[in-house]
Write a protein that binds this ligand. Structure first.
Ligand SMILES: *Cc1c(COP(=O)(O)O)cnc(C)c1O
Length: 624
C-alpha cells in the first residue's frame, strides 16, 4: 500500500510493505565495426537481499529456508516465448517492472552524478520503448521525478514526454498488452496511482478534442473496462511513434492509432527495419562476401551497404553469374552435410531449396505452404511421369507453448514429411523437412543455402519481417505477398525480380467487409477441396487434423472461418510457384535475378535503419 507523509505541507507518497529485489548489472561490451567506440549493453540479474532463513534451515525445512531467494531470482530467469500474442501473467509484469526500474534508476543516478539535477534529463536522453514491454518506464520515471525529486506534475510530465519514444511492432489486437488493473494495483500501488492520473488527464484531453465522442475516447483510453492498455499509454506519452515498414506505418496511421494520428500527425514516423550485412552476408556467407568484394572493389559495402549496388554492373557477366550459382550449390551441400550430421536426414541438393523459417503463427500462413505442397504431391500422383522440377521444402519454426493450433501445424508438417519421404514416387523429386530448434545460429547456416524465400503472410498483418531481408542479401528469390517490408523490396526490385502473389492489404480489408466465405472456394475449386479432404482424412499416422480444416471452413474458438484468407490466395500462390519454377529452369535469368536481389539489398541495412532513428527520432548526429 501507499503511505503518505507530510513534509512541511508537501505531501510525500511512499509505498510500504514491499519486497526488495536487488538488481545486479551484467554489462556486455558491444564492439562496433571499424570504430574506436564500444557500447555497453547493461543486462540485469535479480537477487534477493535476504539471507537463507536459518530458523527454517535448522528445522530441516530447506525449501522454505531458500524460498525468499527463489522468489526474487525467478523474476529474471525466463524470456517469455510468446510471439505476437499477449499473456497477462503476473510474473511477467513483475519482470517488466524490475527491468524498467533498474534501468531507469541506473540512468538517473548517472545523470545526477554528472549534472546534479534532472531538470535537463530530456535534453540528454531518449528512451526508445521497443514494443510495449518496457512501457512502465513512463510511470516509473514520473514516480522518480514526483516522489524523489519533488517536481510538480507538469514539470515531471514535460520531462517524461520529451524523453520517451515508442516503436510499435504489431497490428494484431491479441498481441497488444493490456494488464488487468487489479494486478497493477496490488503489485505496484504507487505506479497505479500515477497511471490513474495520466489516464484521467488524457481522457479529459480526448473528450475535449473529440467533443465528447465516446466512441473515439473509449478506443484511445489508457484505462478502460478494468484494463490498462500499454500501447495507448505509449501513444499518449511518447513524443514520437514509429512503425517498422512503410505499409505498417500507414496502417498505424489509417487504422490502429488513427484518431491519435489526426490529433498529432507530426508524432508519427516510419523507420523501416534493417539487418546487418556484416553478420547476414559477410560473416555467414564468406564465398559470396568474396565475390561481392571482387566485384565492388573491396569491403566498402560493410560500412556503406548501399555500395553493394555496384554488383549490378555484372548482371550480364556469365562468369560472375556462374560463380554465384556455384557458391549457392556449395552452400547447399554444406547445409545438407550439417543436417545429415545433426538429424540423419539427407537433403536432395539437386532440388530447389524452398524455405519458410519464422515463428509459427497463423497469420504467417505456414499452412498455405502446406496446402500448396499437398497440391503438388497430388499432381505427381496423378501423373508420375510429368515434367517435375525437384523441390525440397524446408520449414523451421518455434511455437509459443500455449499456442495449440501452431503446434498442430508443426505436427502436420511432420506427418506430411513422413508420408512423402515414404512414397517412392517422390524420390529425388519432392521432399519436405521440418528443421527442429529454429534459432539465429541455424538461420546463419541456412540463409546462404536458400533459393526461394517464402514471405507469404496475409497482407496487412506482418509489421516488417527481417527474415525476408536476410534471404534477399544471400541471393534467394522471394515468393511473397505485398506485406511488411516486402512492399519496399518490391519497390527496389520491380515486378520482374520478385514473385508476388495474393490480395493486397486493402483488398483483404474490403473482402472481409463484403463477407468472405471460404466454403465457396472449397465448393468450387476442386484442387482446394481435394487438399482439404486429404488433410481431414489424415496421413495414416493416427493424427486427426480435421480441426485445422474446420478452422478454415467453419471457424473455431471465436475466430472466423479462414481468418487469414489462405483459400482466397491459394490459386495465386500456386501460380507464383509455377512462375518461380519456370524461371529456375532458365539458369541465366535466375542467377541474374539473384544477383539483382543482392545488389539492391543495401536499403535494408541495419545501419540505414539506425541512421533513420538518429536523424528522425533521436535528433543526434551520426558519423559517416
Ligand atoms: C530473422 C529471424 C526471425 C524473424 O523472421 P521473420 O521471417 O521476419 O519473421 C525469427 N527468428 C529467427 C531465429 C531469425 O533469425
Amino acid at each position: 500500500m501507499v503511505d503518505h507523509w507530510d513534509d512541511r505541507g508537501v505531501n510525500h507518497p511512499e509505498q510500504v510493505g514491499y519486497t526488495t529485489v536487488l538488481a545486479i548489472p551484467r554489462d556486455m561490451e558491444i564492439a562496433g565495426y571499424k570504430t574506436k567506440f564500444t557500447n555497453t549493453l547493461r543486462l540485469w540479474d535479480a537477487k534477493s537481499p535476504v539471507p537463507v532463513d536459518m530458523t527454517y534451515y535448522s528445522r530441516g525445512e530447506y525449501l522454505k529456508a531458500v524460498e525468499q531467494q527463489a522468489m526474487a531470482e525467478v523474476i529474471a530467469k525466463v524470456l517469455y516465448p510468446d510471439d505476437n500474442h499477449y499473456e497477462g501473467k503476473s510474473l511477467r509484469l513483475k519482470q517488466q517492472y524490475f527491468f524498467v526500474s533498474a534501468t531507469i534508476q541506473s540512468i538517473v543516478r548517472k545523470h545526477r552524478a554528472q549534472y546534479g539535477t534532472l531538470r535537463n534529463f530530456h535534453e540528454k536522453h531518449v528512451i526508445q520503448i521497443n514494443d510495449t514491454h518496457p512501457t512502465l518506464v513512463i510511470p516509473e520515471l514520473m514516480r522518480i521525478l514526483l516522489d524523489v525529486e519533488g517536481y510538480s506534475w507538469n514539470d515531471a510530465w514535460n520531462i517524461v514526454t520529451h524523453t520517451v519514444a515508442y516503436t510499435n511492432h504489431t497490428v494484431l489486437a491479441e498481441a497488444l498488452e493490456r494488464w488487468p488493473q487489479g494486478l497493477i494495483e496490488s503489485l505496484l500501488p504507487r505506479i497505479w496511482q500515477i497511471l490513474k492520473e495520466i489516464a484521467a488527464r488524457y481522457q479529459r484531453k480526448l473528450e475535449q478534442h473529440f467533443n465528447g465522442d465516446m466512441n473515439k475516447v473509449s478506443k484511445m483510453a489508457i484505462i478502460w473496462n478494468g484494463e490498462v492498455r500499454m500501447a495507448n499509454l505509449c501513444v499518449c506519452a511518447c513524443y514520437a511513434v514509429n512503425g517498422v515498414s512503410a505499409l505498417h506505418t500507414e496502417i498505424l496511421k489509417k487504422d490502429v492509432f488513427h484518431d491519435a494520428y489526426t490529433m498529432h500527425p507530426e508524432q508519427f514516423h516510419n523507420v523501416t527495419n534493417g539487418v546487418d550485412h556484416r553478420r547476414w552476408l559477410s560473416q555467414i556467407n564468406p564465398k559470396l562476401d568474396a565475390l561481392v568484394r571482387e566485384c565492388t572493389g573491396g569491403d566498402d559495402y560493410l560500412l556503406h551497404p548501399e555500395t553493394i549496388r555496384g554488383l549490378e554492373k555484372y548482371k550480364d557477366d556469365q562468369s560472375v553469374l556462374a560463380q554465384l550459382e556455384a557458391i549457392k550449390k556449395e552452400n547447399k551441400r554444406r547445409f545438407a552435410a550439417y543436417v545429415a550430421r545433426e538429424s540423419g536426414v539427407q537433403l536432395n541438393t539437386d532440388a530447389i531449396f524452398d524455405v519458410q523459417v519464422k515463428r509459427l503463427h497463423e497469420y504467417k500462413r505456414q499452412l498455405l505452404n502446406v496446402l500448396h505442397i499437398i497440391h503438388l504431391y497430388n499432381q505427381l500422383r496423378d501423373n508420375p511421369n510429368m515434367d517435375f522440377t525437384p523441390q525440397t521444402f524446408l520449414f523451421g519454426a518455434k511455437a509459443a507453448p500455449g499456442y495449440h493450433v501452431a503446434k498442430k501445424i508443426i505436427q502436420l508438417i511432420n506427418s506430411l514429411s513422413a508420408q512423402i519421404s515414404a512414397d517412392p514416387l517422390c524420390k529425388d523429386k519432392l521432399q519436405v523437412v521440418f528443421l527442429e530448434n529454429y534459432r539465429v545460429s541455424l538461420a546463419e547456416k541456412l540463409m546462404p543455402a536458400s533459393e526461394i524465400s517464402e514471405q507469404i503472410s496475409t497482407a496487412g498483418k506482418e509489421a516488417s519481417g527481417t527474415g525476408n531481408m536476410k534471404f534477399m542479401m544471400n541471393g534467394a528469390l522471394t515468393i511473397g505477398t505485398l506485406d511488411g517490408a516486402n512492399v519496399e523490396m518490391h519497390q527496389q526490385l520491380g515486378d520482374e525480380n520478385i514473385f508476388l502473389f495474393g490480395l493486397t492489404a486493402d483488398q483483404v480489408v474490403r473482402m472481409k467487409a463484403e463477407g468472405y466465405i471460404p466454403a465457396d472456394y472449397y465448393n468450387h475449386n476442386p484442387a482446394i477441396k481435394r487438399v482439404l479432404d486429404q488433410i481431414r482424412a489424415g496421413f495414416g499416422d493416427g493424427v486427426d487434423y480435421s480441426d485445422l480444416v474446420d478452422r478454415l471452413l467453419r471457424g473455431a474458438g471465436g475466430s472466423p472461418a479462414d481468418e487469414y484468407m489462405l483459400l482466397a490466395d491459394f490459386d495465386s500462390y500456386c501460380q507464383a510457384h509455377r512462375r518461380a519454377l519456370e524461371t529456375y529452369a532458365d539458369r541465366k535469368r535466375w542467377n541474374q535475378m539473384s544477383l539483382i536481389n543482392i545488389a539492391r539489398s543495401g536499403i535494408f541495412a541495419a545501419d540505414r535503419s539506425i541512421r533513420d532513428y538518429a536523424s528522425d527520432i533521436w535528433h543526434v548526429p551520426t558519423r559517416l
